[in-house]
Write a protein of this length. Sequence first.
Length: 338
Amino acid sequence: MTESHKTFRRVSFSYYFSIAIVASFSAFFGCSGATNPTVWSHSGVDTVRETSQSQGSWTTKAPMPTTRCCMGVGVINGVLYAVGGFSPTCQDYYCDALEAYDPTSDTWSTKAPMPTPRAALGVGVVNGLIYAVGGVGTGGYLHTVEAYDPTTNSWTTKNSMPMGRDWLAVSVVKGILYAVGGQDDYRLGNVVEAYDPVTNSWTTKASMPTARFALASSGAGSKLYAVGGVHDGPRRTIQAYDPATNTWLGRAPMPTARGFLATRVDDGILYAVGGAEHGYPMTTLEAYNPASNSWTTKTPMPTARDGLGAGVVNGILYAVGGSNGSTELNTVEAYNPR
C-alpha cells in the first residue's frame, strides 16, 4: 500500500483527490476509511414481478455478513452478489469477500473469495457471469478483470482493462461491458473502454464529455447513462452514451448533486440512490425516466449513506452496505417502486 493510501485510510468518511500533473483539488464525500478518492458500478436488470411489499416503501432486510462500503453489486437469477469493498475487517482494508443475498429467504451466504482483494471497483453482469473490473488494492490502481461463475462458484482472470483506475462506473448494454470515468494518480477520467466477453478484448470508445470519478452508470434500453460523480465538487450531470453511434448526449440534470451514489434500472426507470454532497451521506432517492427526460423524487432511504451498492431483484431495489460518515455499514434496505 502506498503512503497516500495509508493517509486516506486514516480519513473518516472523507476523500481527498490530487492530480499531480493536471490539477489539485480536494472534496469531501466518500467511503469511511477509504484509501483514496476512488463506485462504482452497476449492471443487470431483472424481470419485474409483483411482490407483497407496499408501493413506495422501504423495509429493512438481513444485514450483509461483512460490514463494508465501496463494493460492487451484481444480480444473477434472482440472487444479489456483493463483491469486494473497504472494511476494517479485511486485510489492509481491501476485501476479497463475495457474499450472496437470496431475497426469497432473506438470507446471505458466503461464496468463493475474489482472487484480487480490492475496493472502489466496477461490477457488470453478462451471460450469467459477474465481472469485477478495476478498483484499488495493495498495488494501487488496478487494471484487473476477474469473472465469477455462480454455477461453479469459481473465478477466472480475464484480459486486463487498458486504463487502471478506481471509482469508475461499470454497466452493460447489449452484452458489452462499459467501464466509464474514474481516476488514477494522473488523470481524472473521461475514458470509456468497452469489453466484449465473447472475444475477451477491450476497445476504446468516445470519451465522456464530463470527466469525473465516483459516478454511477446503468444501461437502459439501448443506451448507457452516466450519473452524478465528482469533478470540482459533486455533480448533477447525467449523460447518455449510444453504442450504435459511439456518441454522447447531455440529459436533464439530476435534482440533487452527489457523488458516491448507486444507480439501478427497473422497468425502464433509472433510480439514483444515496451518495454524498460536501461530506454528508444522503438518504436521497430520485428516479429518471429516459422516455420523458425527467426526474421525480421518491421516498427517502431510511439510512443515510454513500459508497453503497444497489441491485434489483424481482422488481425490488436493494441498497446494500456503504458508510454513514463515520463507519462502514452492513445495512440492507429494500424499496418497492410500484
